[in-house]
Design a protein around this ligand. Structure first.
Ligand code: SAM
Length: 285
């Protein structure tokens, strides 16, 4: 297939009455695609998470267009206006500060509203920190769970941490640099220090780093450092046939007791569930 026949597979872009979800770089501006630049230059308007960020891309590639701000604070006012513009035949691009809109960034809500109205949505794919970290971690990548940012409320957070500790699939987590040490400690408590992990810092940027190999090593690495930059964490899942480890059973036991079960009843239940003796569960406390 030559280049021209490849291009001719698509209609001329941008098309009218279409919302374009445009992926932008997560650091290295050269990661923007030709197709993304064409859309950004030629749509009727661009809805940006932060117009200052989008202007940096526009000026690097010498393109200009009408920018409007679109973020979680103004989305309820902006969505009806965007829908009206689309129905009038305009083409609109939505971009976030970095990566794919809708992945822990504004985009999900507008996509849902646009879809509901029967208007076309086309994604112009681009960099995503989660996928970039996953494939460079060397951990199983054909099936995975994306958690995004863990909840801040401790009870909800622990529920997810427990799920991660038991998950057979690789888990991807976003975290801010100043909360990374706390998260690593929690992962250590729930998964054990031997669990394989990779912390990707500053992906695609000048000081890109991949720190592993297990939770203990990563904790030691960051122990005496101030952590800066953007962080994505990839945690390996457990083997299917692995006997539930002590940490998980201990956590289950605590959960059952806090839910109101007596120690004896909780131990009896967990012994049956895990194929162990009740005394073995007692010994874990
Ligand atoms: N929409 C983006 C995407 O597609 O990846 C994610 C936006 S979310 C608000 C920002 C989080 O993504 C950061 O806190 C960090 O966890 C992760 N992230 C973004 N850029 C990164 C980078 N260059 N290196 C590592 N993690 C990054």
């Amino acid at each position: 297939m030559n280049n021209n026949s490849f291009l001719s597979q698509r209609k001329k872009e941008p098309e009218k009455e279409t919302l374009y979800i445009v992926g932008t770089p997560i650091g290295n501006l050269n990661d923007i695609s030709q197709r993304a630049l064409n859309i950004l230059e030629n749509v009727s308007l661009i809805a940006c998470e932060d117009t200052r960020q989008t202007k940096k891309i526009m000026s690097k590639f010498n393109i200009s267009n009408k920018l409007i701000s679109f973020n979680k604070h103004n989305s309820s006012i902006k969505i009806p206006k965007i829908l009206k513009d689309l129905k009038e035949g305009k083409s609109i691009a939505i971009v976030s500060d970095a990566g794919i809109p809708g992945i822990c960034d504004p985009g999900e809500e507008i996509a849902r509203s646009v879809k509901k109205e029967g208007i076309d949505i086309i994604c112009i794919p681009g960099a995503c920190a989660a996928i970039t970290a996953l494939v460079s971690s060397g951990l199983p990548s054909s099936s995975f769970v994306f958690e995004g940012f863990l909840p801040k409320k401790q009870i909800e957070r622990e529920k997810i941490l427990l799920e991660i500790s038991k998950n057979q699939k690789t888990t991807i987590i976003y975290e801010s640099p100043h909360r990374l040490k706390k998260l690593l400690k929690e992962l250590n408590d729930f998964c054990g220090g031997d669990r394989e992990i990779m912390v990707a810092r500053e992906l695609t940027k000048k000081f890109e780093e991949h720190i592993g190999n297990n939770i203990n090593e990563v904790i030691n690495f960051f122990n005496d450092k101030d952590i800066l930059g953007e962080i994505t964490i990839v945690v390996k899942g457990i083997k299917r046939d692995l006997v539930p480890d002590k940490l998980i059973i201990k956590k289950d036991l605590n959960d059952l007791i806090s839910a109101g079960l007596s120690l004896s009843a909780a131990s009896k239940y967990l012994a049956k569930k895990n194929g162990l003796k009740k005394s073995e569960i007692y010994n874990m406390i």
